[in-house]
Design a protein around this ligand. Structure first.
Ligand SMILES: [Zn+2]
Length: 114
């Protein structure tokens, strides 16, 4: 199974583009196909509610909150929320457009060097 993002300290570091089809999606949580019927789990779940796997990884989205935003099963890719759906949505929205606006990051185009 190929996984996007960078694995670090048992967390997977991703950018929003890695996990959603389109950043323009008004409802990012929905586009992730998260099982929203499950109640959010602040602590890392012991096992996957879908396949009972113990391989649960915390997902960190760059540009969003610091730290894990939701959990993902390494085996079946089931996503388990860490925060309520509305809160997760708000956090994901923070990561929008992160890489499309380099000037926000103090990036100086090469032609401006002199
Ligand atoms: Zn699973």
């Amino acid at each position: 199974m190929s996984k996007l993002g960078l694995l670090k300290n048992n967390c997977r570091l991703v950018i929003l583009e890695d996990i959603v089809d389109s950043e323009d999606e008004p409802d990012l949580v929905n586009s992730l196909e998260i099982n929203t019927k499950l109640s959010p789990s602040k602590e890392k779940p012991d096992s996957c509610t879908e396949c009972n796997s113990y391989d649960i990884t915390g997902v960190v989205v760059m540009g969003s909150i610091e730290g894990i935003i939701f959990w993902e099963c390494d085996d079946c890719e089931e996503i388990i929320l860490r925060y309520p759906q509305k809160v997760t949505e708000k956090y994901l929205q923070l990561a929008k457009g992160l890489w499309t606006n380099p000037s926000d990051w103090g990036y100086v185009p090469r032609k401006n060097f002199n």
